[in-house]
Design a protein around this ligand. Structure first.
Ligand SMILES: [Zn+2]
Ligand SMILES: [Zn+2]
Length: 130
């Protein structure tokens, strides 16, 4: 029965991340998960998240002074960066990844790159016009 429960938890966490269409913090994932599974422990959510990261099914982001967020990847190659507006906290995605050339140059030096983060701080057009 243990494995049935684990599968259900995992499926629920994946569907929550999928439906969000933008990165979610661990608290947001926890709040949404407990609506369906009220007794789930936060450590269980962390364990599932770790597995999904290992399997390259989700991406990890740092926003709001290094609060961690997670996003479901549409495919293994899916690679998207986000900016959160400081005012309305809405997510905006970067049209492309500006790191490709930088990574190539660093890799040419023999450095093995595992991941990168881009942090841009600002406010969106709507908030700027208020
Ligand atoms: Zn805004
Ligand atoms: Zn990138």
């Amino acid at each position: 029965m243990q494995s049935t429960r684990n599968t259900r938890q995992r499926k629920l966490i994946i569907s929550i991340l999928k439906e969000a269409h933008h990165p979610l913090s661990i608290n947001e994932i926890y709040d949404r998960t407990t609506k369906e599974l009220p007794r789930i422990a936060k450590s269980t959510i962390y364990r599932n998240i770790d597995q999904l990261l290992e399997q390259n099914l989700i991406d990890k982001y740092y926003f709001n002074d290094n609060e961690i967020f997670y996003r479901y990847k549409e495919s293994h190659k899916d690679h998207t960066h986000y900016i959160i507006c400081d005012e309305c906290k809405k997510f905006h995605n970067l049209p492309t990844c500006p790191m490709v050339e930088v990574e190539e140059a660093i890799e040419a030096e023999g450095f093995i790159i595992k991941d990168h983060q881009i942090q841009i701080i600002g406010i969106c057009k709507n908030c700027a016009n208020k």
